[in-house]
Design a protein around this ligand. Structure first.
Ligand code: 5SP
Ligand code: CO
Length: 223
């Protein structure tokens, strides 16, 4: 499986999301990662389903919506209706993870589950066969631009081993502090999808060059 790149628009210019999304799509992003924060589960508030609706018409690139919110079950229908193709939820935000996963599926979107750095893989063991992606947080959720937590490489390796041992098919995404230095490390550990905000939007040569750099760095260790 070739490495996929999912730029996070959390690091884009908040006054020009549509332009950023068009640019990312033209530069062949595999997903557009949309970080939704509620000021409760994480300290910051970002955006709601209205933003997803507003940018949906400008691209056909799949939207991968990362919900860092409490009471996700109340908001998932709006996010799917707005055009989210994949919806990621956190087990730490709910006592009904299985219900959330099936709610996403029943609404016709692809379910994904994120693991905070301190959350073990065993917390999601019983939904692994139901989901399309496990998103390994390599920073604590809430902000872009934080430093990669290297201990998470072992979590990525364990997850890849668990997937192989059980014949499962979820993709492994890595989110937080992914850049030209860390992309090869996470790819070697078993990541399939690199989510990156600052490394893409703050690259001096633009988003296309940034994505190429991440792709090449990752592909070199996977070949
Ligand atoms: O979910 C989150 C943060 O909570 C991420 O998606 C960040 O947006 C990634 O930003 P960088 O670490 O790549 O700057
Ligand atoms: Co994210």
């Amino acid at each position: 499986m070739s490495i996929k790149i999912a730029p996070s628009i959390l690091s884009a210019d908040f006054g020009a999301f549509a332009d950023a999304v068009v640019e990312l799509s033209e530069a062949k992003a595999d997903y557009i990662h949309i970080d939704v924060m509620d000021g409760h589960f994480v300290p910051v508030i970002t955006f709601g389903s209205q933003l997803v609706s507003a940018i949906r018409p400008v691209t056909s690139t799949p939207f991968d919506v990362h919900l860092m919110i409490e009471n996700a079950e109340r908001f998932i229908p709006d996010f799917v209706k707005a055009g989210s193709n994949m919806v990621t939820v956190h087990p730490e935000s709910t006592v009904h993870l299985h219900r959330l996963v099936h709610q996403i599926k029943d609404l016709g979107a692809r379910p994904s589950v994120a693991l905070n750095p301190s959350t073990p893989i065993t917390a999601i063991e019983w939904v692994l066969s139901d989901i399309d992606r496990v998103l390994v947080m390599t920073v604590n959720p809430g902000f872009g631009g934080q430093a990669f937590i290297p201990e998470m490489l072992q979590k990525i390796r364990s997850l890849a081993e668990c997937r192989a041992a059980n014949g499962l098919r979820f993709e492994i995404a890595v989110d937080g502090g992914v850049n030209a230095d860390t992309a090869p490390l996470v790819a070697r550990a078993g990541a399939d999808v690199l989510i990156a905000g600052s490394a893409v939007f703050h690259h001096p040569e633009g988003v296309g060059a940034a994505m190429d750099e991440l792709r090449k760095g990752a592909a070199a260790v996977r070949a």
